[in-house]
Design a protein around this ligand. Structure first.
Ligand code: GLC
Length: 561
């Protein structure tokens, strides 16, 4: 195995709560995942990322961990976890765990000890401050709404929670806490996991001044005091020494909130010994009006291209590495967001996949993306489950004065629950996800869009994904080639090329519902006389010596040797 084997790998994200229930429970479980490993192997992915399955009160669906060393009973047991690892490994699949170490649940024993006794060593595992003249210690806002400090009468101080009030931020300044985290991570590696996805990891180092922010824009909410904070690179280097260096063949990916390219180069340049790759989110804020997620806006395509090309080119220059993704459990479905899920579902889904999978970085598929799952368009507030969405609804209706209809339209476009509806396995009740009643409703379109029908149709989105995954393994140029961008001002097309010496891969994607043409002479590329079409998603797409013509949401990958 080469050191950077993950450059030619594809990773599949499983949201266990919504993936597959093995019986009649409302939520998915580990046995459910085991029962679908053959499916994932058929798709051809290399690594599975499980979002948190540790014991948790589930206020934030497991991102509020109360015990890092046990499996939440709703998902099964540690024996099920071991079986999952063994079964995945026997199929050549690796498994990475989601590690949440910016915060724990307030039900975690450390926090409970802290509440019980201010002199306990666990008190300093969290971030406590006195209020100021009856106000919280700073005006920083929680990512889930409201002030980010909570007064605890038991201790007479406020604790910091950048997320929900039940997710208390850990104090990384405390060495003993850091050591506890590292030994817990080593424990998971010893159990057999193949690496980690590190939740909001660039928030762990807080500036110790604890000053107010201005609150005069959507992002002046305190984040500059803890995002990519003063000791973040030291902590990651320490974690790499103490944990990652203990096992070969593992993979680490950091989730980086509101980060910068310069920092992401440092996080992922191999010479820095921090992480293998990073998720960043700027490209998914192109439909936030004035930086506000809770707004209706059609995404800005030129801005999307600018962000993608800046990240791709600068990470390449700095020898960094991107995790490539359109979707995850926190984002609406990409097909509904950037494509046309009604008129061109196949073309939109396959074009988006192509645009992503041929770039420089390691692609991630979010469960259901490979069959073209869409936003569910919930029309009742009662259908939503997500703490962030419910807080946002309350904020929109009580503080911003939005009508119920307006707030519901915004949730239908932006809620994280858009991605959390049950995986659509077949056309039976609840999409074949559970024999009981699911914890969240399945999208109404499950009778048409489901795995069983995708597998039965050789022209389905599923099989297109399968080919894309194979191409990355077969052609070194997709994994390693240099990337260049063209036509950044074009209002419909995303155009880029990959290069290894004189070999060229040209990728042309139409992000619009209109036919579109690209003159090859505009690219200044030395293509051979008859370049080969490696992939095309519509029989009306064409290439001649002069032009590429694309159908609505069409795309082509052209190979010239
Ligand atoms: C990350 C997770 C998200 C969670 C948050 C707090 O952004 O992806 O689901 O709510 O961190 O842990």
């Amino acid at each position: 195995m080469t050191q950077q084997w993950w450059k030619s790998s594809v990773i599949y994200q499983i949201y266990p709560k919504s993936f597959k229930a093995s019986g009649d429970t409302p939520t998915g479980d580990l046995q459910g995942i085991i029962s679908k490993l053959d499916y994932l192997q058929k798709l051809g992915v290399d690594v599975l990322w499980l979002t948190p399955v540790y014991t948790s009160p589930q206020r934030d669906n497991g991102y509020d961990i109360s015990d890092y060393y046990s499996i939440d009973p709703s998902y099964g047991t540690m024996a099920d976890m071991q079986e999952l690892l063994a079964q995945a490994h026997s199929r050549g699949l690796k498994v990475i765990m989601d590690i949440v170490v910016n915060h724990t649940s307030t039900e975690h024993q450390w926090f409970q000890e802290a509440l019980r006794d201010r002199n306990s060593p666990f008190y300093d595992y969290y971030i406590w401050k006195d209020g100021v003249n009856g106000n919280p210690p700073t005006n920083w806002l929680s990512k889930f709404g409201g002030n980010s400090w909570q007064f605890a009468p038991e201790t007479g101080q406020h604790y910091l929670h950048l997320f929900d009030v039940t997710q208390a931020d850990l104090n990384w300044e405390n060495r003993q806490l850091r050591n506890e985290i590292y030994s817990m991570m080593r424990w998971w590696l010893d159990l057999g996991v193949d690496g980690f996805r590190l939740d909001v990891i660039n928030l762990i180092s807080k500036e110790q001044t604890f000053l107010d922010d201005t609150l005069d824009t959507a992002t002046a909410d305190g984040r500059k005091y803890y995002t990519d904070g003063p000791k973040i690179h030291d902590y990651l280097k320490e974690m790499s020494r103490e944990v990652f260096s203990r096992k070969t063949g593992i993979i680490t990916v950091g989730e980086m909130s509101s980060t910068s390219i310069a920092n992401c180069i440092r996080y992922t340049n191999p010479a820095e010994h921090e992480l293998d790759m990073v998720f960043s989110f700027h490209h998914l804020k192109v439909d936030y009006a004035d930086g506000n997620k809770w707004s209706i806006m059609h995404y800005d395509f030129l801005q999307l291209k600018k962000i993608i090309s800046d990240w791709q080119l600068q990470m390449q220059d700095g020898d960094g590495w991107n995790a490539l993704f359109w979707s995850n459990h926190d984002q609406p479905r990409a097909l509904s967001r950037f494509g046309d899920d009604k008129n061109y579902p196949y073309q939109s889904a396959t074009m988006l996949a192509t645009a992503l999978h041929c770039m420089r970085g390691t692609p991630y598929i979010y469960q259901g993306e490979e069959i073209g799952m869409t936003n569910p368009q919930f029309s009742n507030l009662e259908d939503y489950r997500d703490v962030e969405s419910i807080n946002a609804y309350n904020l929109m209706s009580s503080e911003w004065g939005y009508s119920h209809t307006q707030a519901m339209e915004i949730l239908a476009q932006k809620s994280r629950d858009n991605a959390r509806t049950p995986m659509q396995w077949d056309d039976s009740q609840h999409a074949g996800f559970t024999n009981g009643t699911p914890w969240i409703k399945a999208a109404d379109n499950y009778q048409q869009i489901n795995v069983a029908s995708a597998l039965a149709d050789s022209n389905s989105i599923f099989y297109y994904y399968q080919s894309l995954i194979q191409l990355r393994k077969k052609y070194q140029i997709i994994a390693d080639g240099e990337i260049r961008f063209y036509q950044l001002k074009h209002s419909q097309l995303l155009v880029y090329s990959r290069h290894i010496q004189s070999e060229i891969l040209l990728v042309v994607c139409n992000f619009s519902a209109e036919n579109c043409e690209l003159e090859l002479s505009s690219l200044d590329l030395a293509l051979t006389q008859a370049p080969k079409v490696m992939l095309s998603n519509d029989s009306n797409n064409m290439i001649t010596q002069e032009v590429v013509q694309l159908a609505p949401f069409g795309c082509m990958v052209i190979h010239s040797i």
